[in-house]
Ligand binder design. Sequence first.
Ligand code: ATP
Ligand code: XMP
Ligand code: GLN
Ligand code: MG
Length: 528
Amino acid sequence: MSVAGAADSTFDTVLVIDFGAQYAQLIARRVRECHVYSEIVPSTMPVAEMLAKRPKAIILSGGPASIYADGAPQVPEGLFETGIPTLGICYGFQAMVRGLGGSVERTGRSEFGRTRLDCATDTVLFHTLPGVQSVWMSHGDSVVEAPAGFRVSGSTASTPVAAMEDPERALFGVQFHPEVMHTEHGQALLRHFLYDGAGCRPNWTMVNIVEEQVARVRSEVGAKRVVCALSGGVDSAVAGALVQRAIGDQLTCVFVDHGLLRKGEAEQVEKDFVAATGVSLKVVDAQDRFLDALAGVSDPEEKRKIIGREFIRVFEQAAREVVAAGGAADEPVEFLVQGTLYPDVVESGGGTGTANIKSHHNVGGLPEDLRFTLVEPLRELFKDEVRRVGEELGLPAEMVWRQPFPGPGLGIRIIGSVTRERLDILREADAIARDELSRAGLDRHIWQCPVVLLADVRSVGVQGDGRTYGHPVVLRPVTSEDAMTADWAQVPYEVLGTISNRITNEVPEINRVTLDVTSKPPGTIEWE
Ligand SMILES: Nc1ncnc2c1ncn2[C@@H]1O[C@H](COP(=O)(O)OP(=O)(O)OP(=O)(O)O)[C@@H](O)[C@H]1O
Ligand SMILES: O=c1[nH]c(=O)c2[nH+]cn([C@@H]3O[C@H](COP(=O)(O)O)[C@@H](O)[C@H]3O)c2[nH]1
Ligand SMILES: NC(=O)CC[C@H](N)C(=O)O
Ligand SMILES: [Mg+2]
């Protein structure tokens, strides 16, 4: 999100200074949940540039380095002299301590995961909260001495200085991670810092995101034509609706039927999205193209790269047709809208120093010769935030609350190479699982339930007194808040029983149904 204009507007800005954290985006998102605008900046940004953004408060993130190591990132020169209220988290806490004359050491007493914190409740950060609480830790270094002027306000069995504050200077620090869901009172602590410690006003909402992005798209695109990659999923529906609000009929949406879709999907997009928005939609049948390109390929990353590339080739062709339809003298379409979200970016290795887990087709799977300028108004948001933006834009609830379905579709749910026959088998099994989960009223409880076909595995069965040698499928129902982490969903046994029965009865090639009971981490949601 751009912060252009934020300095003059009526909402406050909080800068999250990123030291290479796993959770920098999560911190920014938690701040937004407190209705305060937040933006991430690298720790190498000079203080003058930060000041130009007129931050009302600053949060120093965690990070993988040891603060006393050679070359470890430090707090930008002069930051503490600005008088801006600041909260240090984990590495950021250690950096604050070191920058102000306290000391940090490797004490040999690491803490990872759930930890008991004893805290003083007559403090800014912990007032109204219990004096003993459960917090999430992840550190090897510890503060052994707080800088002069600070009151130590929290400790654990292994870390005597686990929280500190100096309300006079509006400086605060915690060793644990208030931004993660597992820290019991993390969100309350952030609120206390923002409202009480830093005087931020809780007046920033999804309306601001919509207004800001609409203005940004307008100024970026001008009077030019734009195509939007529309899947019928939540993210592209919201991105498309947002861009439509900005530029109206300069927009054409393109839906690609790549042959990797679920049952009924193509029809649904044509019907629902056009009805809700009145947008102009182009449907491209590209089944042969994708299936030919995928023939014989079983490596997941290779599949993803092929799918990412073919998507773009289809959008290029569609864009040429849009131009041709508008008159031969028209210039080529420069902009492509995608419903990319932050988790797509971070898993593709696009965060600051983060690992590539899998190349999402719309980020890491894009071809190198991409000529479109991407317009991705949701790129820094998480799914549940996008849903709220969708509601704000007036999209129907069924659309906003749909379960996610990955762009590479059933192609990454066939373990082995992708063929038409295998797709047909999986499509049937998937439709049954979806049908029964909906019937059981579990759609909102479950984040999504991939059905995975183990196409290169066969097992022996007995059906109708005869031997079968069929394929297993795996049910992977998960619960999640934002797809960054997930847990296996505890679907009632009766529902699982019905799904298993129906799949083995109705899909002749499948003679075994199994259940995946792995959280993320260590598993990811999709198998490839
Ligand atoms: N079949 C498709 N046709 C056109 N664009 C697609 C298609 N599938 C995916 N995309 C593009 O890729 C982006 C990423 O896909 P992704 O599945 O993450 O998002 P989504 O489908 O919009 O939402 P959801 O996560 O709810 O499924 C989409 O937002 C869309 O821009
Ligand atoms: O559009 C997409 N393109 C992709 O390449 C892709 N890979 C995974 N997903 C979806 O992202 C979420 C997290 O999935 P994983 O735990 O498998 O990484 C889950 O919701 C997945 O369905 C994708 N969506
Ligand atoms: N999560 C963090 O920020 C860790 C900080 C530092 N690398 C430590 O181990 O203590
Ligand atoms: Mg999708």
